[in-house]
Design a protein around this ligand. Structure first.
Ligand SMILES: Cc1cc2nc3c(=O)[nH]c(=O)nc-3n(C[C@H](O)[C@H](O)[C@H](O)COP(=O)(O)O)c2cc1C
Length: 196
């Protein structure tokens, strides 16, 4: 059976620079033999977590929306790619609200001690993080990395690799940087090989 990857786009621009990197990484992963499902998070319709805490007592979230079918896919996926720009020194709002909804996985794992991800899957699956920032500051990715670390722990999909690109305000268009696009392809390809 082929390994399957979910690829999350955190940018609202489906033709922007983050999307270009993600599309290259997806091509790489597909060329390694994986099946990839791309999810453009800002295009989903869903409620942010309202701390109703239904997931403290059962597996389901109170809300039934575009995230509902994704819970099942997140249980069975073999790999994850998160591609996002930095906004206000961290994860853009839509993607952060998406991640917060995975409290369903947190409560299953840490409160009810009944993880939604099997031990076999947990051992094998891995995350690739891709991010770009407009500015060229040393701490550009600190907030993002803390959030992604927590998310990867919650969904039992350890981060194995990253591609972080600064100074997009100067670079402007990644089509002018084919080496960086090739790097995204390679990292997607490597992720595919790692999870097989
Ligand atoms: C609302 C907003 C907030 C941003 N905040 C930051 C920031 O805190 N630090 C930074 O380096 N760049 C910041 N940026 C710049 C983006 O990270 C940068 O323009 C990136 O290339 C956008 O990628 P995209 O075109 O693929 O969406 C921000 C951009 C927007 C729209």
């Amino acid at each position: 059976m082929t390994s399957n990857i979910i690829a999350l786009l955190g940018s609202p621009l489906s033709g922007g620079n983050t999307a270009k990197l993600l599309d290259k990484a997806i091509c790489g992963a597909e060329d390694s033999g994986c099946t990839v499902t791309k999810v453009i998070v800002p295009n989903l319709t869903f409620s942010p977590c309202e701390e109703i805490n239904n997931c403290l007592i059962e597996e389901n979230c109170f809300f039934d929306d575009d995230i509902t079918p994704l819970y099942r896919q997140f249980k069975t996926m073999d790999g994850l790619i998160i591609a996002t720009p930095i906004m206000t020194m961290g994860v853009p709002g839509a993607l952060k609200s998406f991640m917060d909804r995975f409290q369903v996985f947190y409560n299953a794992k840490y409160v009810r001690k009944n993880p939604l991800v099997s031990k076999e899957k947990k051992k094998k699956r891995k995350t690739l993080l891709i991010s770009i920032s407009g500015l060229n500051l040393p701490d550009n990715f600190v907030g993002l990395k803390m959030t992604v670390d927590a998310f990867c722990d919650i969904i039992d999909c350890r981060q194995a690799d990253e591609l972080l690109i600064r100074d997009m305000d100067t670079k402007k268009n990644l089509d002018l940087f084919p080496d960086l696009l090739s790097l995204a392809y390679e990292k997607g390809h490597n992720l595919g090989l790692m999870i097989q």
